[in-house]
Design a binder for this molecule. Structure first.
Ligand code: DON
Length: 309
């Protein structure tokens, strides 16, 4: 079903767009510098299959950290809650997403949660498969099922660009390898992780993922359960407590929905039983979240009474 442009959403997008000038596109992954800072688009997917949008929703974005929710779901399906949380904690950090500091402070060494880079790398390490290719294909098939779009794949340019420059993520891996959190070859894990982060889609696909989480793991049109209910619940909880990193508390107050951001400027939101939301706005604030995307969600939360709290 096509996504219809909405006048009401268009007005909110125009208003939120004014904030793009206060943000900056990510530049530590060179390929992401190509994004246009003033872009902003949104798609909302309803449980009955209708979709409303504003802005250029054809544009493709890479998932970046949004992929962390999806690999967490897959690792929980693969290994179970107990095994996953033996390696990764449950707690928010209050630190930037790529910080190494808590790894050293925690005794025994354990990333604090699956949404920060260290935790996400440990989670990707747990995805099962014969080899890297097989594990990547499993992640891709899962995302294709969530989006109901068999064409979803990853951007080779963005994956390569991050792989060649991800020195900080490599150091997180080596630190964790030293302390037994991971035990695979770091270059192989980086290869898989950077491809997972480079999975590409448009806002509608992102909104479709959101609706599956909003409906506790069930795709509402086909009525197919894609994610076990407990796994969906755990993922949504982390989206609330850690989805916006060290801005998650303020986001919970101002917007009040489970959501996850990525440095590409994407935000995936899941309003329980009501909407899946996909946003793209590549200008970021100083914490790595889409500056206009946050503003847009804040306005949507007021207008449509979205807060769960
Ligand atoms: O690992 C990284 O740094 C990126 N691939 C993803 C980080 C990210 O998206 C943080 N989000 N706001």
């Amino acid at each position: 079903m096509p996504c219809k442009s909405s006048e009401e959403l268009n007005e909110l997008v125009l208003e939120a767009k004014k904030y793009t000038k206060y943000g900056k596109v990510a530049d530590y992954i060179p390929e992401l510098k190509k994004a246009h800072p003033h872009d902003l688009s949104v798609a909302i997917y309803h449980p009955n299959g209708t979709c409303r949008s504003a802005g250029d929703i054809q544009q493709k974005i890479t998932l970046q950290s949004i992929s962390k929710v999806l690999t967490l779901a897959l690792a929980l399906i693969d290994c179970g809650e107990e095994s996953v949380f033996r390696k990764v904690g449950y707690e928010p950090t209050g630190d930037p997403f790529n910080s190494i500091i808590k790894l050293e402070i925690m005794n025994p060494t354990k990333p604090l949660n699956p949404m920060i880079n260290a935790g996400a790398l440990a989670v990707t390490h747990m995805i099962k498969g014969k080899n890297i290719e097989d594990r990547l294909n499993r992640i891709l098939s899962f995302v294709q099922e969530l989006t109901n779009n068999p064409n979803v794949t990853y951007s080779q340019e963005v994956a390569k660009s991050e792989f060649e420059t991800a020195h900080l993520n490599r150091s997180l891996c080596y630190y964790m390898k030293q302390y037994g959190v991971i035990n695979e070859d770091v270059e192989e894990l980086m290869d898989l992780y950077t491809k997972q982060c480079a999975i590409e889609m448009d806002c509608l696909d992102l909104a479709r993922i959101g609706i599956v989480f909003a409906m506790d793991g069930v795709e509402p049109i086909t009525n197919k359960r894609i994610i076990p209910v407990d796994v969906a619940r755990i993922c949504k909880t982390f989206m609330v407590t850690c989805g916006m990193y060290n801005a998650s508390g303020e986001f919970a107050v101002r917007v009040g929905i489970p959501a996850k951001s990525g440095v590409s400027g994407g935000i995936m939101g899941a309003v329980p039983n009501r909407f899946g939301i996909g946003i793209f706005g590549p200008a970021l604030d100083d914490k790595g979240n889409s500056i206009a995307g946050l503003k847009l969600l804040e306005m949507m939360s007021i207008k449509y009474a979205l807060s769960m709290f």
